[in-house]
Design a protein around this ligand. Sequence first.
Ligand SMILES: [Zn+2]
Length: 216
Amino acid sequence: MPAHNCPLCRCLTDTEFCRDRRRTYWQCPQCELVFAEKSFWLCAADEKAEYDLHENSVVDVRYRQFLNRLAAPLMQRISVPARGLDFGCGPGPALQAMLQEVGFEVDVYDIFYAPDPGVFKCGYDFITATEVVEHLHDPKFELNRLWSMLHPGGYLAIMTKRVQGQAAFANWHYKNDPTHVCFFSETTFYWLADSWQASVEFPASDVVLLQKPART
Ligand SMILES: [Zn+2]
């Protein structure tokens, strides 16, 4: 049986976690990331076509409430003035608007909709990634890059639905989106926090806050 390389920690695995009509999913023995087999990953053009179907408007009240599950706990922990980056903002930068309204300075990046590589040369007090990490083909590279851009004491705020075990996964609508390839659990985030010496909090069922140690 061929072994599969974990996209987050590069560990090899042949542990099949789930198989459905369309894809096979593997689980990493080290970080417990569950990932769709790479042979099923979409090319960039097909991914973009899927994203264009999502209409996330800046003024949509329900979408703002959804984003607030991440924004509210983040805003309790940082104060103005602070500068952040919304990584993977998508076509309608709603979170940027929400955070700017309360006085934060917020840059955006999106590989398809706001591809300004200049942001990667900047330092930030906070970085948000809502409904992004499940799409990443190279989460090791992308997350380490974001982490390196955070100032000491800064927060990386991630929103993604979390794996709740094998039985629940089998019936999980979240895995059926063909652009979703990486599925994190609490254990995966604890592994990540450990590798970064970060502190980790789970303020909502789909939100995690990772804080970089303050400079000592
Ligand atoms: Zn792994």
